[in-house]
Design a protein around this ligand. Sequence first.
Ligand SMILES: C[S@@+](CC[C@H](N)C(=O)[O-])C[C@H]1O[C@@H](n2cnc3c(N)ncnc32)[C@H](O)[C@@H]1O
Length: 298
Amino acid sequence: MNNKPSSRNTLNDLNGKEWIYNTNSIESFETEEWEREFNKFVIELIETRYSTKGKESFAHHIRKSHPTPKPPQLMERLIRFFSKKGELVFDPFMGVGGTLLASSMAERNCIGIDLSEKYINIYKEANQYLELEEQKTIIGDARDLDKNKLLEDKIFDLIVTDPPYGNMMNRIKTGHAARTKKSNQPTPFSTIEGDIGNLEINEFLIELKEITEKAVKKLRNKRYLIVFTKDFQPKPDYDGMLHSDIVKALSKINGLLFKGMKIWFDKSMNLFPYGYPYAYVGNQLHQYILIFRKEEKN
Ligand SMILES: C[S@@+](CC[C@H](N)C(=O)[O-])C[C@H]1O[C@@H](n2cnc3c(N)ncnc32)[C@H](O)[C@@H]1O
């Protein structure tokens, strides 16, 4: 891709670099005086460029065997805001343990569940490397969390979780994504039976709601549930707004109220020339951090 506009570009006069810059899902504008004065922002934007190398990366070289590990530094920030020292955090989709590492860093206790023993072992390896206190882990299906003996008498002070993204990770890649992958095969989180990441969107939302309902029963009243998610590329049969669908699905849980969201702009992600030079295809560099509160009437 050079700096001259492509002769194949029928849409605008931009060169390749300018094109991909304009597909960034976040535009940053200077804050206007009146906005500062009236504290107008309802959505907080968290911008990060966490290192993926060396000490600063919090064992990224170990955790990167998972397709979407969450940075412990970001999770720590949330955990420190939404809980107190010594309290109990829960993550029913722990992966390689972004939430668990962060809980140890913030001196909280944590219990994590994942279907995959491999991911839990990677968490343990990263934890040992970072010389942190090991948190409790359960290899199992989050759909059975209400039957688990280890959770029987537990009350969570905070739930922080990053569920699979419907079957987003499983879709056969096309265009640039396909050309840059070694194979055009789907890359699911796992092929383990029970992985809700292998479900079609509507079934996924039903399962996610049921698991969340079970977890929220064990959440202290007036405490928070934090859910990470992404959107899909829009398709003719689905607008792709997974974050909005998750808010609608989880808002059906009795006593659980949606309180707003933060947007995480991961500046360490690369821009790809999807759609270039024919059509607009957004680069999604952000994720949604959805905030819910349990407000049960006594
Ligand atoms: C988006 S990843 C979580 C990544 C994690 N935040 C981290 O820092 O590594 C979602 C995880 O959910 C797990 N998962 C999917 N279905 C599950 C189920 N029914 N019960 C428990 N875990 C499940 C997958 O194995 C995957 O690791």
